[in-house]
Design a protein around this ligand. Structure first.
Ligand code: ATP
Length: 353
């Protein structure tokens, strides 16, 4: 069931059309992530859902209730939507309990009930016992957890998260992401998050909506967005790519593509992820593989958990491709390249937008 329904939403600032006929659903209980480059319209869409902006046309429903549409505009405080802003934006003069209770309607702020709810929320976000702390004594990650607890306090229909981890340093970000994901799941909340960080989107979301130029160009499960992107632009945006010209009969510089590849009738560009290039030391490779391409290791970039390997393909016009693998081969050594998994192909003139 859809909790959020956005239909044909348009928004312009003066002559600048920022949202173009946006259709978008978030299923109940899901975390959907809006992912896209800076300026594509993510925040504008989030602000329309929050009620901080009105669409020029189109409709917005949350939980079956129309919040914006022809002749309808429900004010932000009446939408039943919780918001986690970029930097937490906690009230500095209130302690943690005061910040969380601030999210509760006035009539519910009876001391005993409030403190039970605050305790429950602090457990949920992994900060038990933090009631009396002032925000100044919390780390950035802890502040974001309190901001989430405040947003969840009134049991909103929907929680909006606006780049909630962008102010955190890289070491902290992973842990806070996992905790926030866990808390949203435990609360059974429906959530919509904005980010331009593809790793964040792929690791947290139930579904990822890729936005480009004011449109949603793909909305699917993270694995599908990564492995079978609907356009070259989406492929390039959600991860590293190896782009190879492909002929109409499926030939590339790495040999023929698997039979089931969607090669356009006139040929085009085949797109692989670097980890789809499987490397075997050329000496150890079994003989007789008609299509094996042997390349020379040009550069190795070691990251600990994996290694990026730049490979020079044979022949004057061979070019260079990037592979990702667990064990770094020796620079200068020769390796056989095999392709693993599905390969998406696009017509050369497809911009995908
Ligand atoms: N109030 C406004 N008045 C005029 N132009 C605006 C306004 N708000 C946003 N814009 C413009 O609309 C475009 C989309 O902005 P938006 O903030 O939605 O993008 P975004 O995808 O969230 O980008 P970022 O990731 O950088 O926040 C930008 O070109 C921005 O300058």
């Amino acid at each position: 069931m859809s909790s959020v329904q956005i239909r044909a939403v348009n928004k312009a600032f003066g002559a600048h059309r920022v949202l173009r006929d946006v259709d978008f659903d978030v299923r109940e209980g899901d975390l959907s992530v809006l992912l896209g480059p800076s300026g594509c319209g993510k925040t504008t869409l989030l602000r329309i859902v929050a009620g901080h902006l009105a669409p020029d046309s189109g409709t917005l429903q949350v939980g079956g209730r129309t919040l914006a549409g022809p002749g309808v505009f429900v004010s932000p405080e009446r939408r039943g939507i919780g918001i986690v802003p970029q930097d937490g934006a906690l009230f500095p003069h209130l302690d943690v309990a005061g910040n969380i209770a601030f999210g509760l309607p006035g009539r519910l702020r009876r001391k005993a009930r409030t403190s039970a709810r605050v305790r429950e929320l602090l457990d949920l976000v992994g900060l038990p016992g933090a009631e009396d702390l002032p925000p100044s004594q919390l780390s950035g990650g802890q502040q974001q957890r309190v901001a989430l607890a405040r947003a969840l306090a009134p049991e909103p229909q929907l929680v909006l998260l606006d780049e909630p981890f962008s102010a955190l340093d890289a070491a902290l970000r992973g842990a806070v992401r996992a905790d926030v994901r866990h808390a949203l799941l435990a609360a059974g909340a429906t959530a919509l998050m904005v980010t331009h960080d593809q790793e964040e989107a792929l690791s947290m979301a139930d579904s990822v909506a890729v936005m480009q130029g004011g449109r949603i160009v793909m909305h699917d499960a993270p694995a599908n967005v990564y492995s079978t992107p609907t356009s070259l632009e989406v492929a390039r945006f959600v991860g590293d790519v190896v782009e190879l010209p492909v002929s109409a009969n499926g030939e590339t510089a790495l040999g023929p593509l698997p039979e089931d590849s969607n090669v356009p009738p006139g040929g085009g560009i085949a797109v692989l992820r670097p980890e789809q290039l499987v490397l075997t030391p050329a000496l150890a490779a079994p003989m007789g593989s008609a299509h094996a391409v042997v390349a020379t290791v040009a550069e190795v970039e070691y990251f600990g958990h994996d290694t990026l390997v730049a490979l020079d393909l044979p022949g004057a016009s061979g070019g260079r491709v990037l592979a990702r693998c667990a064990r770094p081969p020796e620079p200068g050594s020769r390796v056989r390249i095999d392709i693993e998994g599905p390969v998406s192909c696009y017509a050369t003139d497809s911009s995908g937008v």
